[in-house]
Every structure is written in structure tokens, then in C-alpha cells.
Design a protein around this ligand. Structure first.
Ligand code: UDP
Length: 420
């Protein structure tokens, strides 16, 4: 096994609070994996773009987990389309950092998201080590399921991903569905794709009294709370939850006194341009009085929200896995999710939650109404959700990744394919 690996997360730092902008599941993934790799004797340096002048170049995040800030382009958040222009200085910074750190070579590069993969490819070639690549999301797949009003992923990303698929020594998919998409849409060699599902921190996310949790977040014990957690963007469809709540109230107006919709997270993606969009929608649907807008919360704080909820709702148009779904399940709260992407892996239909076809608010309202009307069923789903999540701990993810790393290190290096 390598003693040290380079993990590349160009567009978002593991030191950021997840839940807004570009910080989300990928940040959680890199930290959770790196800290467990460190416990097994593999140190990780996470390379990310510097976004503030006061960031030290090197931060020891945890024992065995180092974050390296690489100056590339102007400080501040940059749109992903702008980031592509700063790949060269980023790659230069990564190579420079390794040169300064010469005695402790990286044995392998793991790229997260296509932009990081492009940088990782250059570094891995220069160092003569394998590149393992996790795409996390795929442009072609995203473009097939765009939310109304969302912009399509650009052609240069598609071409960049195709080139990466040809050149990475091994690809890691979050689910078998994503592995299939890599083969079907990108022509990946199935023998160079492994499925390693992400996980959940079972020490942090655990079941507990719903009543206590409701009290802790300042709500009455008889509240029925519908929960959205994540980056507020069209792709994740928080508007579908608001519309479902309105439909639910239409079916049963008496629920208004105890129904709460909690939206935990900050703006992201195209929603930056329209920060009032959802609040205005809530007003036009006449549900503004029951919606609680919460800023991004720490993982410890999220536990109370998950435990307090009647259900966590994940109506996304596209989702490579959906960590939020598994975190909710680990806290004993069933998930009502769209049957897309990795969500059918994260949620077992009619066992740990309910999968809904499509995004019709009436369908979600029907499912939610039944969970509220039949508390025994809701509790049974919640109990089964805990069992389901127990099989998805990060330790299993790290087992899978170490298998991939080992396998890649004994394989012959691929010749670099021509192209971009
Ligand atoms: N998250 C958080 N605080 C928030 C909202 C979200 O820590 O206020 C975390 C959440 O717990 C989860 C991650 O952000 O671990 C989101 O991951 P997910 O896979 O659901 O979505 P992604 O961001 O990858 O699209």
C-alpha cells in the first residue's frame, strides 16, 4: 500500500462547512475517507484551490490528513466554468508542492470530480503513479434529467470527462447505476470500473427520541416536520417539497397547525442569481408561515433535525448517491425520495422509505400524508432505515477503496490516450 496518497478536490475544500455553494457530499466524502485511511496507515494530502489570502498553504486537518491550498486564479468562490481556466496554475502548484515534499512521494492520485481528475491526470503522469478517479456526477447523465430552468452542462465538460474515462487507471463509481452509466454513456472499460458506495458516520448519525429532538430545535412535540437538507439548488428540487406541502394542506387543512417544512442549507448553483426564488414560491403557495429556513448546520446539529423529522424528503432530479438520505436513515427517519440515480441504493423502497417516480407534488403529498396518518408504519420504516444505514458505514467504503488502490498499483500503467 502507498504510505501517502494525493487526493485532489480542486473546486471545494474539505475545510468548508458543507451545505451551500459548492460544498456538499464531496467534501464530506474526502474527509471521512481520508481520516479512516489515516487510521489504517495511509496518509492523505488533499489538494484544493486557495480561495482566501489568509489561508496557510498547508493545514494539518487531522493526524495523517493534510490540506494543501494551491493558489490558482483569483481568490473567492469561482463558478465551475471559470475554474476550468485555472487548471494549469493549479497543476503547477500541485507539482511544486510535491517537489518541495520530495522525500515523501505520493504512491497514488485519487481525483474527485472531473476538474480534479484533469489535474490529477497530469500529476499522476508526472509522478509515474496510478490515477484513481471518482466522478461523483456525470455531465451526460445530469443533462438527461435537468430541472426546469436549469442550464445544461457544457460540451467541454463532456469532452473532459470522456478523456478522463479513457486515461484514468481506474474509475470508482458510487453505485452500480453510476458504473453502468460510465460504461454506457462514456464507453468505460467495465474491468476498470469498481463500485464502492459512500457511507455514513454511524457514530454521529444515530437514532434518538423524536420528541427530545423536536424540543431541542424549538418545536412542539406533536409537530409533523418535513425535512430538506442540502445545497439549495434547482437540481435538488426543494420547490417540489414546498409544492407537496401545499398539496398536503389542501388535502387536509387541519394539518396546518402542526405541519412544519424545514429547509436546512444555503444557496448553490443557479439559485445564487435568484436568492428569493423559494421564499417567493412559498408565499405564492400560501405555505410561507410553516416553512423554517435554516442556515447550513454542523453535522452534530443536523442529527436533531433528522431525528425530529417525520420524513426527510429528497426529490432531486439527479443525485449520484445522496448522503443526506443515509444520514436520515441512520437517525431512524424514513426518506421519501425520487427514484433517480443513486437514491434507490441509498433508500430501500417500502423498507427504509418510499421512492417516488417523477416529481409531481401530488404524488409526494400522498406518500407524506400516509406517513403522517399511519405513525406505526412510519416508525416501522424508521426502524428498518436504521438497519439499512448500518450496512453503509464509511469503513466499508475505505475497504473498497483500499482494494481498488491495491489492484491499481499492481496493474500495468495505461499508455496515455491521445485527445484533449
Ligand atoms: N450538509 C451539512 N450541513 C448542511 C447541509 C448539508 O453538513 O446544512 C451535508 C450533509 O450532511 C451531507 C452533505 O452535506 O453529508 C450533502 O451530501 P449529499 O450527497 O446529500 O449531496 P451533494 O452535496 O453531494 O449533492
Amino acid at each position: 500500500m502507498p504510505r501517502r496518497i494525493a487526493s485532489i478536490s480542486l473546486h471545494t475544500s474539505p475545510l468548508e462547512q458543507p451545505g451551500s455553494g459548492d460544498a456538499g457530499g464531496l467534501n464530506v466524502y474526502t474527509v471521512e475517507v481520508a481520516k479512516r485511511l489515516a487510521a489504517r496507515g495511509v496518509a492523505t494530502d488533499v489538494f484544493t484551490r486557495a480561495t482566501r489570502p489568509d489561508q496557510p498553504p498547508v493545514v494539518e486537518m487531522l493526524p495523517g490528513v493534510t490540506v494543501r491550498h494551491i493558489p490558482a486564479g483569483p481568490y473567492g468562490a469561482l463558478d465551475k466554468s471559470a475554474l476550468a481556466h485555472y487548471l494549469c496554475p493549479f497543476i503547477f502548484g500541485v507539482l511544486q508542492a510535491e517537489a518541495d515534499n520530495e522525500p515523501d512521494h505520493y504512491g497514488l492520485v485519487h481525483g474527485h470530480y472531473w476538474l480534479s481528475g484533469r489535474a490529477g491526470m497530469a500529476a499522476a503522469q508526472r509522478w509515474g503513479v496510478p490515477l484513481v478517479q471518482s466522478m461523483h456526477t456525470l455531465a451526460k447523465v445530469k443533462n438527461l434529467a435537468l430541472a426546469k430552468g436549469d442550464t445544461a452542462e457544457p460540451e467541454y465538460r463532456v469532452r473532459g470527462e470522456e478523456h478522463l474515462v479513457r486515461n484514468a487507471d481506474h474509475l470508482v463509481a458510487n453505485t452500480a447505476v453510476e458504473a453502468g452509466q460510465l460504461v454506457e454513456h462514456y464507453g468505460a472499460d467495465p474491468f476498470r470500473v469498481s463500485t464502492v458506495p459512500p457511507g455514513v458516520d454511524l457514530d454521529v448519525f444515530s437514532p434518538g427520541s423524536r420528541r427530545d429532538a423536536l424540543r431541542r430545535i424549538g418545536l412542539a412535540e406533536d409537530t409533523e416536520m418535513l425535512l430538506f437538507v442540502g445545497r439549495v439548488q434547482r437540481l435538488k428540487a426543494p420547490d417540489v417539497l414546498l409544492r407537496s406541502a401545499a398539496a398536503l394542506l389542501e388535502r387536509d387543512p387541519s394539518l396546518r397547525e402542526r405541519l412544519v417544512v424545514a429547509v436546512v442549507g444555503g444557496l448553490s448553483g443557479s439559485d445564487y442569481a435568484q436568492p428569493r426564488r423559494l421564499a417567493e414560491l412559498a408565499r405564492s403557495l400560501d405555505v410561507a408561515d410553516i416553512v423554517r429556513w435554516e442556515p447550513p448546520r454542523s453535522r452534530a446539529e443536523l442529527v436533531s433535525f433528522y431525528r425530529a423529522a417525520t420524513a426527510t424528503v429528497v426529490p432531486s432530479y439527479s443525485e449520484s448517491f445522496g448522503l443526506v438520505a443515509v444520514e436520515s436513515e441512520a437517525c431512524g427517519t424514513p426518506v421519501v425520495a425520487a427514484r433517480v440515480g443513486g437514491l434507490p441504493t441509498a433508500v430501500r423502497d417500502d423498507v427504509s422509505g418510499v421512492l417516488v417516480d417523477g416529481h409531481d407534488p401530488a404524488d409526494y403529498a400522498r406518500v407524506l400524508e400516509r406517513l403522517i396518518r399511519e405513525p406505526a408504519r412510519r416508525d416501522a420504516l424508521g426502524a428498518a432505515a436504521v438497519t439499512h444505514a448500518a450496512g453503509l458505514g464509511w469503513e466499508a467504503t475505505v475497504d473498497g477503496l483500499l482494494d481498488v488502490y491495491r489492484g491499481t498499483l499492481v496493474e500495468e500503467r495505461l499508455p496515455v490516450a491521445s485527445g484533449q
